[in-house]
Design a protein around this ligand. Structure first.
Ligand code: PGA
Length: 258
């Protein structure tokens, strides 16, 4: 794992956008795995800016989102369909037919989840997966206890996640308790992974993920087993890392560093 610590959220977002843009310029037909939540908003704003000002092209890109609440239709303001269109897709030139987001209203969830996995495979797999991290260490909605080999399926949200996400709803009772989510195994199949985290409320989960044991109690810790993962952290999210100074030193002394 590579750990990149930046002073603030803007710089984390900007650096992550460079990673995505570099891939798209080298590989215009890339398959992107995308995340929702407050964390990637700055990354998406920067990608929109690069599209508008520097012609970053999404016309051949395919996307797969990590998850969606069960029971929320695509036009529900808190659905992840709505979030992605509002915060990214309607501002860039990715073709509508290339966008994939789990269907929270599927009539047969099991069949839907199998078809989602098959669709990822038929598109050649995910080249770069964007992740946030939950305060309980989850990636996508793979809550503590999720199998580290899991595939796309329905999960019951942890109560902590429901509480964390209540800020987006009128009340905590309105937060759906189920979601369709890519599994940990699905995520690990991505060729490259970037995880973004900012703020003090992520510091403990980040420390568990980077420096703790690999355990289903913190599903992000499985990224230690992935060959090409970068954590982009602000100083607050990196605050509980025992080796933070070492990670900074490594970055300053990377081959080719100025
Ligand atoms: P957040 O959520 O970006 O809104 O903090 C992250 C997550 O739950 O994965």
């Amino acid at each position: 794992m590579e750990i990149i610590i930046r002073d603030d959220y803007a710089s984390v977002s900007q650096q992550a956008a460079v990673a995505v843009a570099d891939l798209l310029r080298a590989q215009p037909q890339a398959v992107l795995g995308l995340a929702t939540g407050s964390t990637p908003l700055g990354l998406y704003q920067e990608l929109i800016r690069l599209h508008r000002e520097e012609n970053l092209d999404f016309s051949q890109v395919t996307t797969f989102n990590l998850d969606e609440y069960v029971g929320l239709a695509a036009d529900h303001p808190q659905s992840y369909h709505y979030f992605m269109h509002d915060n990214l897709f309607r501002h860039i030139n990715v073709p509508h037919e290339n966008i994939h987001i789990p269907d929270g209203t599927a009539s047969d969830y099991r069949a839907f989840c199998e078809s989602y996995e098959a669709r990822i495979e038929s598109c050649g797999g995910i080249d770069l997966q964007v992740l946030g991290i939950g305060s309980d260490g989850h990636i996508a909605f793979n809550e503590p206890g999720s199998s580290l080999a899991s595939r796309t399926r329905i999960k019951t949200l942890a109560r902590q996640t429901i509480d964390d996400n209540a800020r987006f709803f009128d009340s905590v009772d309105d937060v759906p308790i189920y979601a369709i989510t890519m599994g940990v195994g699905t995520i690990l199949d991505a060729r490259k992974i970037i995880l973004l985290a900012n703020g003090a409320n992520k510091a403990s989960a980040v420390a568990d993920a980077v420096e703790g044991p690999v355990t289903s109690m913190c599903t992000a810790s499985v990224l230690q087993n992935h060959p090409d993962t970068i954590f982009f952290l602000d100083t607050e999210a990196a605050d509980q890392l025992k080796m933070a100074d070492e990670y900074r030193w490594i970055q300053d002394n990377k081959p080719g560093a100025p």
